[in-house]
Design a protein around this ligand. Structure first.
Ligand SMILES: [Zn+2]
Length: 113
């Protein structure tokens, strides 16, 4: 059951399920971002609303970029490892947070810092 190309701790079924999850989220977020941009084009935003909109657009753009990078990493077989210590991130964690880039230990350390 090894395909030789990737040495992932995740099974092909798990990878498949994560890939699908990432794609669905990417699709959803991209649609959301297009909606926000359309609102921005409308230029209806009086007072503070356009500023809120601008913040939402930046956040949505970041999420879309992260999701698309995660898809790339997954395709490259580099998905699911901690960005700091290279520890494999358990499937259960990725399933809940497909964008998790660090293991729980590193995240705690990061949050404590
Ligand atoms: Zn780590």
């Amino acid at each position: 059951m090894t395909d030789g190309r990737t040495a992932s701790h995740l099974s092909s079924v798990q990878l498949q399920s994560l890939r699908q999850e990432l794609r669905e989220q990417l699709e959803q977020r991209s649609r959301h971002l297009r909606g926000l941009r359309a609102q921005e084009q409308d230029g209806s935003g009086a007072d503070g609303t356009w500023q809120e909109l601008a913040v939402s657009i930046i956040a949505a753009e970041r999420t879309v970029a992260e999701l698309s990078q995660a898809c790339d990493r997954l395709a490259a077989g580099a998905y699911g490892r901690c960005a700091h210590c290279q520890t494999p991130i358990p499937f259960e964690r990725l399933k809940v947070r497909p964008l998790a880039r660090t293991c729980i230990d590193c995240q705690r350390r990061h949050e404590a810092a």
